[in-house]
Design a protein around this ligand. Structure first.
Ligand SMILES: [Cu+2]
Ligand SMILES: [Zn+2]
Length: 177
């Protein structure tokens, strides 16, 4: 019940969004604390919030990163071990589609986009993924225990299988709350 943060507003939210099999997860939170990889100085976090019927909103904040664009994806294994986080495996792709740009089919369910880092080394990215949920019974939508990876280079949204985005400079496992 800890995830029903606004239980008092349940009826109102159901009226807005409709209540379905995710109603028990009407409002649910998750996070990933990013650790530096591949010799980077990255510090960062990702915060996920789900509202039933509206998918998941993710806010990603990084610092200590080279200015420019950096690809961000969910990779299939919640495993950030090792100096380069290669155990995270390929992009999360439960629908067996090619890599691409979120919102412009086809794309991997783990494809998020590029985060723009300024000259001060910080960047923020906010994305809503309507095809995700947090802790739901459908494994093809549940983002818990996936690895959020920040890359050394930009995602070109075209190259297979991962947008030619280079080394893993940050990694964090998506965890409940
Ligand atoms: Cu990636
Ligand atoms: Zn991809």
């Amino acid at each position: 019940m800890k995830n029903l943060l606004y239980a008092g507003s349940l009826a109102a939210l159901c009226a807005l969004t409709g209540c379905n099999d995710d109603t028990v997860n009407l409002v649910r939170l998750a996070h990933a604390d990013l650790e530096a990889k591949s010799g980077s100085s990255l510090i960062g976090t990702a915060s996920f919030s789900q509202i039933s019927g509206r998918g998941v909103r993710v806010y990603i904040v990084v610092s200590g990163v080279a200015p420019g664009q950096h690809a961000v994806h969910l990779h299939q294994n919640g495993d950030c071990s090792g100096p380069t986080a290669m155990n995270a495996g390929p992009h999360w792709n439960p629908t067996s589609e090619p890599h691409g740009r979120r919102g412009t089919a086809p794309y991997h369910r783990g494809d998020i986009g590029n985060i723009t880092v300024g000259t001060d080394g910080t960047g923020v990215l906010a994305v809503t993924a309507e095809d995700w949920n947090i802790g739901g019974s459908d494994a093809s939508r549940n983002i818990l225990n996936k690895a959020l990876i920040v890359h050394a280079n930009a995602d070109d949204y075209v190259s297979q299988p991962s947008g030619n985005s280079g080394a893993h400079i940050g990694c964090g496992v998506v965890m409940d709350q």
